[in-house]
Design a protein around this ligand. Sequence first.
Ligand code: NAD
Length: 504
Amino acid sequence: MTLADQTSQAGQDARQITTHRPVDGEPVGRYPVADAAEVATAVAGARDGARWWREQGPAGRRAYLLRWKSRIALRARELADLIAAETGKPADDALLEVMLTLGHLDWAAKNAARVLRRRRVRAGLINYNQHATVGYEPYGVVGVIGPWNYPLYTPMGSISYALAAGNAVVFKPSELTPGPAVWLAERWQEAVGHDVLVAVTGDGATGAALVAADVDKVAFTGSTATAKKVMAAAAERLVPIVAECGGKDALLVAADADLDAAADFVVFGAMGNAGQTCVGVERVYVVEAVRDDLVARVVERAQRLRTSGPDAQYGPMTLPAQADVVRRHVEDAVRSGTAVLGGPESIHGRVVGPVVVTDVDERSLAVRHETFGPLVVINSVASLDEAVERANATPYGLGAAVFTKDARAASAAADALRAGVVTVNSVLGFAAVAALPFGGVKESGFGRIHGADGLREFSTVKSVARQTRKAALNLLTMDRTEKDMHLVARMIPLLHGRSKGTRG
Ligand code: NAD
C-alpha cells in the first residue's frame, strides 16, 4: 500500500488532507491538496517573490531572515506542539528539532554574504592580463519536497540555505505533516511578506507537479525510491536536484572504546524518534573481545525505555505501514540471529518496543535495507577494519559512527567509510554544527545541504574574466602570426614538459 493509499484511508479526499495524531488518531488539521494548476500558480508567485528577494541584496536578506527566525523562536513551543501532534514524537523532541533548525537558519542568514561574495582567483602567469573572479547567484525558484520524520529540521536544511542564497522557495511538505510548513509560511508573511516562501500542501502527485512546474532546482528529502522518480522527472527539463535519501547507518565499536558511551549512543541513535531517523543507528559492528559487554549495556539501557504514556521517550510509528516494514525486518533478523531484547511480539500496532538482535545474517533485510524503526542489529567482527568493510557493504552511504579512544584508528576508519558524514565517539553530533555540510553517497543521495557547501548548492556559479590590458602574446585573435605560434610551440614543453612535482 502506498503512502497516498494510506493517507486516503486515513481521511484524505481528492481535495483535502486531514492529519491525525499517531498517538490517539485524533484529527489535527485539514489542508488542501494542490493540483498541478495551483502548484503552477504558486511557482509563478514565487518567481515574482524571487525578483523582489534578489533586489534586497545580501544585507537585506540577512535582516529579513533573522526577523523570520525571531518570529519562529518566539512561538517555538506552538510549532513544537504541532510537530509532535502530527508525527507522534514527544513534545520535548519536537522542541529540540525547533532549536536545531533555528541554529541552521541563523548560520545561513549570517554567513551567506561571506560565503557567496564574488572572489578573485589566480589567473596564472600566462594570463597575467586577466582579472578572474567567481561569483554565486541564486537559481531563482527552488522546489523543496520534504519527508515526515523531521518535518521541520529536514526541509529547513534546504529552505534556510536556499533562501539565504537568494532564492524563493515553494515547499511541498509530506502529506503526513503539512502543519509546520503552513505555519512557517504564515510566520514568513508576518515577518517579511512577499511570496518568497510559499507552502503548497498535498500528496505525491502535488510533489510531482512541483517537479514538473517552472522551478529552477529541486531539493528532495525522502526515500531513495521516490528520489529516483523525482530525478527522472526533473531530467525532462534538465533541472538539477539535491537528493537526501535513506540510510542504513552503522556504528563501529573498537576494543578500546568507552562502552558506556557507545551503548548510550547506540540506544539514542537506534531508538530515538522510534528509529525514524535517516541517520539513525541500524547496525552495530563490535569487536569480538567487547561484544558481550556492549550487548549487556545496550540491553540494560534499551529495556528501560518508556514507549507509551505521557512520559514516553519515543512515540508510535508516524507512518502506519512502517510498523509492517519493521515487523518483516524483525522476523527476518530473528530467523538467523538471537533476539536479546524484544522481538516480533514488541510490535503492538503502531507502537513498537525496542528490539535488539545479535549475530544476524549479513544478507538479511535488517542488515541490508532501511528499517526505520526501533530495531538494532549487533554483529561482532574480528577488527575495526572488518567493521568498516561490513559497514560499507550496503547500497546506502549516509552516516556512520566510530567508537575508539585511538585517534589514528578513528581517522583511518573515517577515511575508509563510504558515507557522507562520520561521527567519532558520538552519533548525530554533526546535526547541530551548521558549518558542516550534510548529505550522502551511493543510494543515500547526492548534493549537500548545510554549511558553505549548502549555500553553494543553491547557487549557480558565474565566472568573470576581465581583460585588464592587451596581452604581449595575443592568441585570441584571427590575426595570429607565425612568430606567435612558433613561441607557443616552444612554450608547451617549457610549461608542461617536466613531470617533476606531479604524481603518476
Ligand atoms: P517518501 O519518499 O515517501 O516521500 C517524501 C516526499 O516526496 C513526500 O513529501 C511525498 O509526498 C513526496 N512524493 C511522493 N511521490 C512523489 C513524486 N512522484 N514526485 C515528487 N514528490 C513525491 O519519503 P517519506 O516516507 O516521507 O520519508 C522517509 C524517508 O526519508 C526515509 O527513507 C528517510 O531515510 C528519508 N530521509 C532522509 C533524510 C536525509 O536528509 N537524507 C532526512 C529525513 C528522511
